[in-house]
Design a protein around this ligand. Structure first.
Ligand code: TXA
Ligand code: MG
Length: 351
């Protein structure tokens, strides 16, 4: 690894960030360094979005392919001029309704944004995050901040500072530890550069909420690079991948739970270590199994909040296989379903 640094970890109050460490972190960004910080979705790995060398470092430390563009984070609508040359009626409408919040808009790129931010595309992805630490960092730095999720490429996104350190200690200058993130899955990405606004990645703003503003919105998440002009190159099949094999089951609840239990028993009999990501209401189906069980909660929102931490914790306990029941694809359940199907490299077991 060519880029090795001493990682400085600062504990920050997530509701009322202390201005002094925030000012120092802002200066690190201005000096071309990397700062990992909490947003309402997941932790981001931030660099000055107007500094091509600093952005280049993001790709280096994440081991991220250069054809996968990053999201630019701004603090307020007035900063939009730094990012895009064209601010359409639809963009304004969505921004007014959902910003600050977990919605990313793909718009025409402005002249000051370096090529490596957008992977050379004519569009740029932008959002205003809804987290006091993220907002304070952007304000202190005084520049837009380019930030992908603060994990190594193809690993699950980090929802707390420990996850960031597990992947990036010694590679990032500062980690702002503001506790666990609220939403737990990344922002929804909407491409406004097409004729019909199109969701490229489901996330923290549900499809239903978007449809209430834009009834004609299209849903076209990309899982596999089967498209010559893939609009979201980061959305490959192998993503969010733990070391263990992930088995996602879909179908009628009782049938799925029975199948999961039988499968777990079969693996255990072969001496394999089994992990189960379980909705709280399903946990009795796995009673007396010597499997590692992680509880995800009950509602789609709760499951989204706990998903990545659950995958990481089972991975840390070195399971050979992870079993999970697919949630309903409504609300944030759609984003959870998407992340699970990618972790399983597209294979969903229908029973
Ligand atoms: O919630 C989030 O969005 C988090 C936090 C840190 O803000 N960020 C995040 O970034 O998830 P990342 O890099 O892990 O995912 C960004 C996605 C990638 O799949 C990338 O391909 C897509 O955004 N993207 C970025 N610029 C784009 C563009 N101009 N056109 C289409 N897709 C774009
Ligand atoms: Mg990511």
């Amino acid at each position: 690894m060519p880029y090795h640094v001493e990682t400085f970890i600062a504990r920050i109050d997530p509701i009322d960030p202390d201005p002094l460490p925030m000012a120092l972190a802002g200066q690190v960004i201005l000096d071309g360094g990397l700062v990992a910080f909490p947003t309402e979705t997941v932790y981001g790995l931030g660099a000055n979005a107007l500094d091509a060398a600093a952005v280049g470092r993001i790709f280096e430390v994440k081991e991220r392919p250069a054809n996968d563009p990053v999201i630019v984070h701004i603090g307020e609508l007035d900063q939009m001029g730094d990012v895009t040359s064209e601010w359409t009626q639809t963009a304004k409408q969505l921004a007014e309704k959902f910003w600050p919040g977990p919605l990313t808009l793909v718009v025409r790129r402005g002249a000051t944004i370096p090529d490596n931010v957008t992977a050379g595309q004519t569009t740029v992805a932008v959002r205003i995050p809804d987290h006091p630490v993220a907002q304070s960092l952007i304000r202190k730095a005084g520049v837009p901040i380019a930030a992908p999720s603060a994990n190594r490429f193809s690993r699950p996104s980090p929802t707390n500072a420990m996850h960031v350190l597990a992947d990036l200690q010694g590679r990032v200058d500062v980690v702002l530890n503001g506790g666990s993130t609220r939403v737990g899955v990344e922002s929804t990405i909407v491409d406004l550069s097409r004729e019909v606004p199109t969701v490229l990645r489901p996330g923290g703003i549900s499809l239903e909420e978007l449809q209430s503003v834009l009834p004609q919105i299209a849903y076209r998440p990309r899982h596999i690079t089967d498209d010559a002009v893939a609009p979201a190159p980061g959305t490959l099949a192998k993503h969010y991948s733990p070391n263990a094999e992930v088995l996602v089951y879909e179908g009628e609840r009782e049938v799925v739970l029975k199948k999961m239990r039988e499968t777990a028993e079969a693996y255990l009999q072969q001496g394999q270590r089994v992990g189960i990501l379980a909705q709280d209401k399903d946990v009795n189906a796995f009673a007396e199994l010597t499997a590692q069980i992680v509880l995800l909660g009950t509602t789609p929102d709760e499951i989204a909040t706990h998903l990545f931490a659950g995958i990481r914790s089972l991975d840390t306990s070195d399971v050979d296989v992870m079993l999970v029941r697919a949630p309903e694809q409504t609300g944030l359940g759609l984003a959870v379903y998407d992340r699970l199907s990618r972790a399983a490299e597209g294979r969903i077991i229908r029973v």
